[in-house]
Design a protein around this ligand. Sequence first.
Ligand SMILES: [Zn+2]
Length: 443
Amino acid sequence: MKTLIKDCSFILTMDDDESELSQRDILIEDGIIRSVGHDHPKADHVIDGSGCVVTPGLVNTHHHLYQTLTRAVPGGQDALLFGWLQTLYPIWGRFGPEEMYVSAQVGLAELALSGCTLTSDHLYLYPNGARLDDTIAAAQEIGMRFHPTRGAMSIGESAGGLPPDALVEHEADILNDCIRVIDAHHDARDGAMVRVGVAPCSPFSVSRDLMRDAALLARDKGVMLHTHLAENDEDVAYSLEQFGCRPGQYAQDLGWTGDDVWHAHCVKLDGQEIDLFAKSRTGVAHCPCSNCRLGSGIAPVRAMRDAGVPVGLGVDGSASNDVGNLVSEARHAMLLQRVANGADAMSAREALYIATRGGAEVLNRPDCGQIAVGKRADIAMWDVTGIESAGSWDPAALVLAGPTRVKHLLVEGRQIVDAGHVTTIDLPTVIARQNALARQLAG
Ligand SMILES: [Zn+2]
């Protein structure tokens, strides 16, 4: 089937030249962009692009979808990272397969409405029979491109760790389940809709052995590695005290640097660690709203980008954001760099580049993140005829003045948002189910 997006008012391509085009059509066939021009080719399905700024679909590099069920929990609203985790662990311990599935549907739909076409997820607890497969089913149903990671925690309270013993797993079981989900779901081909990663939760919730074994396993299977790193001062202090080194050194010693690795947060990386990440092409998932919400600090994104570190954006889990709006995350990334480094520290276009192409680079998806012939047809269309853009002299500067929800969204050429509505699931029913589950969890 051929789809034509006709008469796009403006296209921010994020191609190698960062070309910006006006009054063009985009022709899509078999999930791939076939042409970008203005000769109105024939198609089976036509989408009107007039009045729209068109961008590549946004790429989310860090999330914990299950946390959409624990937004704004009173005891965790004002806590720092470690206290916040200790409030939430007992609630998460009551989750099961249905909670994982429904919360993922909500989180994925929320991302789609904010322009996201490709998201990773970091699921690191598996209580009461929950499996990574529960979230993969939700992504397949909604039609999002999905990079789930098999997370894990193995050091419980009784062994000096942070999580309660009931939420941790034996390390042999963790590795076996990583192999199971990779074999069942990972697709290494161009255009893959599902790619699995390996992702022990953080250096303070798994052993040194598991970190090293996870890296060996991931390299053996050809999948990516992901974890949390250097999130705040407590995190760095823990590393110095327990491991006798900074987080970057710990990562390097255990095989956790390279272009097949990306770390969430990295708020506290120092100059040497930034150099290490740049030289090794280790990626960073920058989560500005979560960093603000938990008071973690401002990540040195300007310095990372200048040094050549691949940087993408993440909304992070909805228990620490509590919003899952990715284009809003791009705005906050831009604003925070300006707070730290001045008004010329990051442009609106650079923020959008990080949100699209940057994220695709972090996730090793050269087939995504740009509007160019031969790339996958993951496309966000933003209506700039509404109030948010009224009076704007530069509607393409979307994160300065523009809508925070898409009009249309295509993933692999399939339209999953039409006129502001998710087409693939019955969202009101899903929201009602989610609220019922939240009430049950609250007792
Ligand atoms: Zn996180």
